[in-house]
Design a protein around this ligand. Sequence first.
Ligand code: AP5
Ligand code: MG
Length: 213
Amino acid sequence: MKIVMLGAPGAGKGTQARMISEKYGIPQISTGDIFRANIRNQTELGQKAKSYMDQGLLVPDELTLDLIMDRLSQDDCAKGYILDGFPRTIPQAEALTKALEAHDTKIDYAIDVEVPDENIVERMSGRRSCPICGATYHIRYNAPVKEGICDECGAELTQREDDKAETVQKRLSVYHASTQPLIEYYRTQGCMYSVDGTKPMDDVFNDICAILN
Ligand code: AP5
Ligand code: MG
């Protein structure tokens, strides 16, 4: 099963992708998480990506595509995967379709988690992330048991650099210009579904499972 998660920054793609990954036993592949791990490890890719991410801009397709194609060729992707944050531009989607066609396969489900822009800034300001295992929390909607500490691995939670209000606004406008057109792209491919992302997390998850079952 190959799934693409679509939706604005902060819509809950990562939250839902993690739940799908656990239930269906397929990996969650987040280009954002991969870039952030590269920034933490001070790789050359990380340095290049950081300059774009800090401004709320997309990392250029040529940097993103090699990275993702390499990741999708790894053994754990054989049964499928959930793409969280990729593709994000029409050229990325076209490159993915082409790579999958070469193996006689395709995306089965593209799922848009719909949340209006008004709700996004509050979600982002309350988000806390684990830099080690990638778990995501919210100070109001999904608080960790012990404040500031990851329930899953005990690491100290951090706030993402790009979650400042001005950067969030920029990410939203980049989303509308470059990523939202993918909804039409996958509709044309006949695999587009959407869920109401303003519901509580478990309800959103149930709606997604109803689509996947
Ligand atoms: P990326 O890391 O993908 O960020 P994003 O798309 O902006 O999305 P977020 O991760 O911020 O949000 P999310 O939808 O995963 O929401 P979450 O589940 O955390 O990308 C970051 C940057 O990397 C980009 O700006 C770009 O520069 C670069 N990049 C990445 N991929 C790229 C690509 N393919 N090409 C080019 N550049 C790329 O939830 C948000 C908060 O809300 C959390 O606190 C959560 O607990 C809470 N929440 C979730 N669901 C609910 C709910 N139902 N109700 C209440 N609260 C909820
Ligand atoms: Mg995410």
